[in-house]
Structure formats: structure tokens, C-alpha cells
Design a protein. Structure first.
Length: 318
């Protein structure tokens, strides 16, 4: 049987059934008629070829500052920030040409959080940029990047809700978060109390964790075990972000799936690929916990998912 490739889109979860539609021709959509270019990007007093920047990625705005991971031959891959059209080094976490490779940049409150490789391993860092007025009314911009106290040394992925950051580790066991004391000091702590609607302890199910995403005020984790179907774990924070905070949550089994990938939040719902024996199937998890495959029999979804104007675009094969 010949297979036919196509591109499609799915409307977000609402009270009416989902539909999978053919994507519109690009000519029918409004597109910008011009593009504003900022640059070229330069490092002040570092214009020689040996210090040229490359591989700018993960542009993330936090507290009014745009941060990114960029690379130079003398510094390696480190955290940079945009000062207008100028690229400035924000933090050289691993001094010299050794790279800390800041990654998974997320904004939480007015701060930037990210994973960086330091002498301890893969740690959670927080960066804050301040502006002071110097002589001649000249602005002095300073970024402070610090390792979050209590951070594990094997942080794998992070996600943020409000000012709180949640993280999973390479051990694939347990969920950690940032907590604040009465003075506003931050530390990383393990979450040990997550009750489901039946008062079962969801924290006991935090193992074989592969991915994490923030979805409309909830944290969603993926769990893949060789002994069970893959599942999503929803964790709902309260208004308390102290070390003693309690959470609610639940485990959502994705029947027949061995793997969950490409987590894509759209509004209150989460879209993803569910890998089954019949292939990968575009699926949505609703806020009420319903798991719904969106493709008819014989159709599979592949590659990245992209959310644009409340639609999820994907490639499919039938």
C-alpha cells in the first residue's frame, strides 16, 4: 500500500469534537511585508575573528532583558544578553574556553533560570540583570548569575509557572522545584506531597520521568516504563511556594503508548505524539484529564508540532 504524506492542523480542545483539517495554502494567510533586522551583533572591544560569536540560540526575555546562549572561541558557549544591537557577555560560568552551555532558558518572575554545566555537574542557575546610573548619566548594566542553592548536579529539564521553576533530573526519579523563604531567599527542594482526588500519593509515581512542560498553570510530566503504558502526570501548584507547600495532581495513562514526545501546550490543553504499535498518533490531554487521539485509523503523525494562532500544525502519513 502506498503511503501519502501531508501537512495538517488540529484545532484546540473545546467543547466541540476535534477536527483534523488540511493546512491552508501559505498565500492565503496574512504575512508581514517587511522584516526589521537588528544588528550586526558585536561584542564590545572584541572584534577579532578569534572572538566572533556564533550559534546564537534560545533567545529568552526575562525581566526586560533578552538572554541567549552564544559561542566564541575564547569563551566557549556561555550566557549572553542583548544590549540594543550589542551582544554582551552576561555570565562566564565556566571560565576560559570551557563551555557551561546554558540551555533550557526559561523566564520565571523577573529572573532567568537555566541549566548550566559547572564543576559540580548540570546545575540550575538563576540570572538577574540590573541597570544603574554611572558618571555622566551613563547606564551601567550588570548581570548576576548564581547557582540555585540545593540544586542537584544532574538537572535534565526545567519548566516554570509564575516565579517557580520545576525540574526533573537525569536519574528520572522525583520532581524538584524552587522554594522561597520569608526573606525571598531561594532554594531547590524535592516535592514529596502530591495528592490525587482520591487522596492517593502521586509522588510515589514520580519515576522513569522523561520530559516536563508547563501547561496553563499546571506542570505535566511524561513517564515511560517498560512495564506499563506511558503516562502523563499532572501536578497543580497552589499559591504557596514555601518549602512546606503541598500539591494536587493525578496520573493519566495513555493507553497503548510506549512513548510520549513533542509536548506542545495550546491554551489549557497539551498536544503530543503518542508512539503506539501502529505508529505515532497526534493526541491531546484536556484539563479534565481526558486523553483523546485525534487521527483516524491508518494515519500517523511525525516530526515537530507547532502551535500557531490556536492551531497545532504537524506532518502526517497515511
Amino acid at each position: 500500500m502506498s503511503r501519502r504524506h501531508f501537512f495538517g492542523r488540529s484545532a484546540p480542545q473545546t467543547h466541540r469534537p476535534h477536527k483534523v483539517l488540511a493546512v491552508e495554502r501559505l498565500e492565503s494567510r496574512d504575512v508581514p511585508s517587511s522584516l526589521a533586522v537588528v544588528g550586526p551583533l558585536t561584542l564590545p572591544q572584541q572584534s577579532s575573528p578569534s572572538t566572533a560569536t556564533s550559534n546564537g540560540r534560545e533567545f529568552t526575555s526575562a525581566g526586560g532583558t533578552v538572554y541567549l546562549n552564544a559561542t566564541t572561541s575564547s569563551i566557549g558557549s556561555e550566557l549572553f544578553r542583548m544590549d540594543g544591537s550589542t551582544l554582551s557577555l552576561a555570565a562566564d560560568i565556566s571560565p576560559g574556553p570551557v563551555s557551561s552551555n546554558p540551555r533550557n532558558l526559561v523566564a520565571a518572575g523577573n529572573n532567568l533560570f537555566f541549566i548550566a554545566t559547572d564543576s559540580a555537574g548540570d546545575s540550575l542557575y538563576m540570572a538577574t540583570t540590573s541597570v544603574a546610573t554611572g558618571s555622566g548619566s551613563k547606564s551601567i548594566v550588570t548581570t548576576t548569575a548564581t547557582r540555585v542553592p540545593g540544586s542537584p548536579s544532574d538537572v535534565a529539564k526545567i519548566a516554570a509557572i509564575g516565579r517557580d521553576v520545576f525540574m526533573i533530573t537525569k536519574s528520572e526519579i522525583g520532581l524538584l522545584r524552587t522554594a522561597y523563604d520569608s526573606n525571598g531567599s531561594i532554594t531547590a527542594v524535592s516535592i514529596t506531597d502530591i495528592s490525587d482526588p482520591n487522596n492517593n500519593q502521586v509522588a510515589d509515581d514520580l519515576y522513569d520521568l522523561k520530559d516536563i512542560a508547563a501547561v496553563n498553570g499546571r506542570i505535566v510530566l511524561t513517564r515511560e516504563s517498560t512495564a506499563d503504558d506511558a503516562s502523563l502526570i499532572q501536578v497543580c501548584p497552589g499559591i504557596d511556594d514555601s518549602a512546606s507547600a503541598r500539591f494536587s495532581g493525578r496520573v493519566l495513562t495513555v493507553t497503548g503508548a510506549t512513548k510520549i514526545s513533542n509536548l506542545t501546550p495550546v491554551g489549557e490543553s497539551l498536544y503530543f505524539h503518542a508512539s503506539t504499535t501502529a505508529g505515532s498518533v497526534l493526541t491531546v490531554a484536556s484539563p479534565n484529564g481526558a486523553i483523546t487521539p485525534l487521527l483516524p485509523a491508518g494515519v500517523t503523525s511525525v516530526g515537530p508540532l507547532r502551535a500557531v494562532n490556536s492551531f497545532v500544525y504537524f506532518a502526517g502519513t497515511q
